[in-house]
Design a protein around this ligand. Structure first.
Ligand code: AHR
Length: 516
């Protein structure tokens, strides 16, 4: 294959170098079936996970009111403003593995009096607990996000969790509600919509088996309830990882009436746990393997859902993919245990492909939380001192806002496969949905890092939106060059009476279609 480098102008303001293939674009056709809409895409599938891990909370979103980094009440202004633009629907906190070690009482009251604790899961660093319940609940409220709080089932009694929930949700004159008032919050928070009962109970949450974990869920769920008059919340049992189907079977069979949802965790790791692979500077094979592994969640969701269907044909219990994303070797020189990694165009593709998969499983997948929001794993945002950059994953989440609350339509795509070594994938992936504004939205993902596609739809009309692409597979932003990759204006065109798109190699596009 021959390559030259060309200049493609996406907007008056930005010109970026992109590879121009001598190969003719692949011909791809897409047909949208508007007669079979799926269940609404719950906004919560575009949720975020923010664990007390590394620089996710501290330095990432919280610098404290005395910091020289511009902040409002201790929250970084730059990160807060960027997250507001994402319309974050829900934030899961405080873990993760951290959840089953956390005593909520450590994180309330005057900051100077809070105990210092060692974060045993994540780097063994000392935590001054200055970011606790009030700080998290106020933050999610300021972002307009629902709160998803994970309880400690692994190492504290049910009574402690029940008291935590009373502290957050009671409007009475109980001692706990008065304690909250004394800590500066008069009214209970109304946005506690999800409560997680432990995390990864098969592993860091207590090394339990499925039967024991299911019994524990039922016991804690019996005692942990919203305060009188408070909004109800979904009780989420700690569920399986990957292909741990027996865990789902046990939970669904014996989970009882309190079971509102079960969680599923799946991470995309190009290599293995010992050698995960680098976030940048990877090969074509690693690109392909990563996208292939990301797509594997489709089959897992299908099989977990099929098990759930056996016990819950009316689909009352939801599947929450409350940890997902890429996991690479941490950045050289970063603190061991902080899970800090760069984020490239490859991550953007993983994000888009994964969200598209969630949109195809809206009957069960009602919430998802990418791991994690800032500075950890597949983050939206990276910070260094007072600097901040937005990642390609942030861009995808921003471009995908119109899918929140939209009604998905099946899209069938026919075209060539993208092949690399032993990996064989559909070259183009498409999502279609009717947004809450009545417009038809399309997401188009070209997985091939080398070949452009000419995508012809059965639609007539105009389409405008944005595209994310770059000259290299690992194009990314750095603190010195924070605008290397970002979305550009993009549109389709009518050709031969059909709405068509010229989709560059390795790109993600989202457009709104105005149909004729
Ligand atoms: O997201 C990092 C960790 O991955 C979480 O703490 C844990 O739940 C998972 O194993």
């Amino acid at each position: 294959m021959k390559w030259t480098t060309g200049l493609l102008a996406f907007s008056a303001a930005f010109v970026i170098a992109v590879p121009v293939s001598a190969e003719t674009p692949a011909q791809v056709s897409v047909s949208i079936d508007t007669s079979h809409p799926g269940d609404v895409i719950q906004p919560a599938v575009e949720g975020q996970f923010a664990e007390n891990l590394g620089r996710g909370l501290y330095q990432g979103i919280w610098v404290g009111p005395g910091s020289s980094i511009p902040n409002t009440d201790g929250y970084r202004n730059d990160v807060m403003a960027a997250l507001k633009k994402l319309h974050v629907p829900v934030i899961r906190w405080p873990g993760g593995c951290f959840a089953d070690t956390y005593d909520w009482r450590d994180g309330i009251g005057p900051a100077a009096k809070r105990p210092r604790r060692i974060n045993g899961n994540w780097g063994g660093v000392t935590d001054d607990n200055s970011f606790g319940t009030n700080e998290f609940m106020n933050y999610s409220e300021r972002l307009g996000a629902d709160a998803y709080v994970s309880l400690n089932l692994g190492s504290l009694p049910a009574h402690t969790s029940a008291q935590w929930v009373e502290y957050m949700t009671s409007d009475s004159d109980s001692t706990l509600a008065q304690e909250r008032r004394a800590n500066g919050r008069d009214k209970p928070w109304k946005n506690l919509k999800y409560v997680g009962f432990g995390n990864e109970l098969w592993g860091c949450g207590g090394d339990m088996n499925a039967t024991y974990a299911t019994e524990l869920f039922k016991r804690y769920a019996a005692f942990v309830n919203p305060a009188p008059g408070a909004p109800s919340f979904v009780k989420v049992a700690s569920g399986p990882h990957d292909t741990q189907y027996d865990w789902t079977e046990t939970l669904m069979k014996n989970g009882g009436k309190q079971l509102g949802a079960i969680s599923l965790h799946y991470y995309t790791i190009p290599g293995d746990w010992e050698h995960k692979g680098s976030a940048t500077g990877f090969t074509r094979q690693e690109w392909a393997t990563t996208l292939s592994k990301a797509r594997a969640i489709d089959g897992m969701i299908a099989r977990h859902s099929a098990i759930m269907d056996k016990y819950d044909p009316d689909k009352k219990v939801a599947l929450y993919v409350d940890e997902w994303g890429t996991w690479y070797d941490q950045e050289p020189g970063s603190h061991p245990g902080f899970l800090y990694q760069q984020n490239t165009l490859r991550d953007a593709e993983v994000a888009a492909l994964t969200l598209n998969i969630f949109f195809r499983h809206t009957d069960r997948v009602k919430l998802a939380a990418i791991a994690q929001m800032v500075n950890v794993l597949q983050a939206m945002i990276l910070t260094k001192g007072d600097k901040m950059l937005l990642t390609p994953t942030y861009d995808v989440f921003h471009m995908y806002i119109p899918f929140q609350g939209a009604t998905p339509y099946p899209a069938s795509v026919s075209g060539p496969e993208y092949k690399q070594g032993d990996v064989d994938l559909p070259m183009v992936d498409v999502s279609a949905a009717k947004g809450t504004d009545g417009k038809l939205y399309l997401s188009l993902v070209n997985l091939d890092p080398d070949r452009a596609a000419h995508v012809v739809t059965g639609l007539k009309g105009a389409a405008t939106g944005q595209i994310l692409t770059g000259p290299k597979m690992d194009t990314h932003n750095t603190f010195n060059a924070p605008n290397t990759i970002h979305p550009m204006a993009y549109s389709g065109k009518m050709s031969g009476g059909k709405l068509s798109f010229d989709l560059p190699a390795k790109s993600v596009a989202v457009v709104a279609v105005t149909q004729q």
